[in-house]
Design a protein around this ligand. Sequence first.
Ligand SMILES: [Mn+2]
Length: 388
Amino acid sequence: MTSEKSLNSVRPSKTSKARVSSGKTATSKPKREKKVKSAAASKKVAAKLALAGKAQTSKMQKDSKAQTKSERLFDIIKNAKKIAIFTHINPDPDAYGSAFALRDACRNMGKLADVFAVKCADSYLDKIFPLTELRTDFRADEFDLVAMVDIGEFSRVHQSFQDEISRAKKIIIFDHHVQTEPVGEFQLVDAGQAACAQVLTHFFLDNKIEITPKIATYLWTGLIGDTGRFLYGNLSHDVLDVALKLFDHGADTQFVYDQMYRTNSLKDIVLQQKFLDNTYFNQDKTAGVTIFTAKDMKKWGVDHDLIKKYTNLIINIDGIKASFVAIEQSPNFFSISIRTSGRNAQKFAVMHGGGGHVCASGFNFEGSKRKLRRVAQTWCDELLQIYV
Ligand SMILES: [Mn+2]
């Protein structure tokens, strides 16, 4: 769905190293520099993956023809003893759901498996997932396999893990994002699926890996998170089929709903009010930009996770086709979540150094709130007019 042109603009190309050493990139904005740096790290990972892929191909030449990608990944897991699982920064229900489902499935196969992630503030996610068991002390030489879930690009891995991961012996990927950086051969990626949990459910079922009620609950949480409990435009026969299968495998659906949606506190209501107070609409009220500065968040006692819970508040207003929600993560550094209806947020995000899905994407912005407000007006026009 993404045009080659926009893909090329973020893909670490063969000439990217030459461009860095020529100094051209170094003179551009720091944001670009960061992008190139993470692209270089990802190139290292890609090269490793390609190498591993070749070894794998020759080793399995005799029987690989009939083997599906899913079976190959299962073989890799079966042959591993110690598996480190990673997901994207600011993990959401699909990220944690996929990671913990895979962890428990691996453990049930007798593997040593752990999830590595940097937790955001306390939230409802603590009630669903054993987040006290998250690890941050990853060392590549202590594991023989790295599994990444719900990650469309290497730069979305928490920065503190990136260097060690690039030293990993073998990397596999389960995902449902449009991959904007090459990630080698060991991957099970379907950008047509609504959640990584959906990809993993198929993987477990296809390979007859036991889905315990606990694993089903984790996967259900991921599916509910990424479909907005079947509310977003990414519903399909398969989503409902997977939901039914997880239900049949004992997913505690009511527990998940109670944790995720029946938790409106006074703080939630206040936040919704602040959301409206801080949203600038364009002239014909078809797009909105909401900005949360760190100072305001501190004043109102709301955190990143609580705001994320309402990322869809503006896009759900009748007539709104695009919404931008900006959260100040560090001084003058904002994470921007885009939500769209009938517009391609993914293409837009890629053009701005980010990524994601057709109706839900994100990227980062460096600059003051005032600058952001000004630039965001042009984003609204751009998104509404070009990315149809
Ligand atoms: Mn996801």
